[in-house]
Design a binder for this molecule. Structure first.
Ligand code: PLP
Length: 258
């Protein structure tokens, strides 16, 4: 039987922990057919990002068209988009695609390396977020996009409301960087779903954000509702973090083989 088809539009991580590589591993683990539009190539390992090269807009557009025109997609996930031009082009492609879009508004890596030009932030707000079915910002990305700084669980609601103003249908604000349990808030402005998991003491968490967003897209492609998809994705990423392993001299990746 043909499995549901899911497309990731994201950057390549040569170290195999995040980006396209994490997305495809997640999709394989969740039983969907993963496809990829590469937006940027990074030279990257457990110590950080040593270099990043965005691809020309035409190259990104051509990959997307090849996939959508023949194979078709049941859900799309976007990650690193690098430049304002790529953000605009991808937003346009998503708007013309009849499938839910999970947008991970990737800004800066765990090592502090920028994966999005400062000049692209406005396009993320005004072009990409409005076409998102689910946006999945972490607290740094919320602060960058909205100016709202979250210091406690109680403030997640205000952060979510600020992101929803830009037009995504749903937002998951990921509170994992706060102290205590890892708490995320999923809301569409009406319903609220608080997702809580115990904090795991594992520093090998490279690729967490990519994995969560891909898992949401995979679950949506399998026909789950947004709340069901996000809940299942959170469970998947919690298992992947628990199984994260050391690699190189720095931060190792989450694991998809558990
Ligand atoms: N590299 C690429 C290509 C990514 O898309 C991302 C995150 O989305 C990262 C690196 C950052 O991963 P992390 O912050 O989990 O280390």
């Amino acid at each position: 039987m043909t499995p549901p088809r899911v497309l990731t539009v994201a950057g390549s991580d040569s170290g195999g922990g995040a980006g396209i590589q994490a997305d495809l591993k997640t999709m394989l683990a969740l039983g969907v057919h993963g496809m990829s539009v590469v937006t940027a190539v990074t030279a990257q390992n457990s110590l950080g990002v040593q270099g990043a090269w965005p691809l020309p807009v035409d190259v990104v557009r051509a990959q997307y068209r090849s996939v959508v025109d023949d194979i078709g997609v049941r859900a799309v996930k976007t990650g690193m988009l690098a430049s304002a031009e790529l953000v605009g082009a991808v937003a346009e492609l998503l708007a013309a695609t009849d499938a839910p879009a999970v947008v991970d508004p990737v800004g800066v890596s765990k090592h502090g390396d920028s994966l999005l030009a400062a000049s692209a932030l406005a396009s993320v707000r005004t072009r990409l977020l409005p076409v998102a079915t689910v946006a999945t910002p972490n607290l740094d990305e919320v602060a960058q996009l909205t100016g709202v700084r979250v210091g406690s669980e109680g403030e997640l609601r205000e952060a979510a409301a600020a992101v929803l103003e830009f037009g995504p249908r749903w937002v998951v604000v990921k509170g994992g960087h706060l102290a205590g349990d890892a708490v995320d808030l999923l809301t569409d402005g009406t319903e609220e779903h608080w997702l809580r998991s115990p904090r795991l003491e594992n520093r090998h968490t490279h690729g967490t954000g990519c994995t969560l967003a891909s898992a949401i897209a995979a679950q949506l492609a399998k026909g789950r509702s947004v709340p069901e998809a996000v809940r299942a994705a959170k469970e998947y990423v919690t298992g992947a973090i628990a199984a994260g392993f050391a690699l190189g001299a720095g931060i190792g990746p989450v694991d998809h083989g558990w």
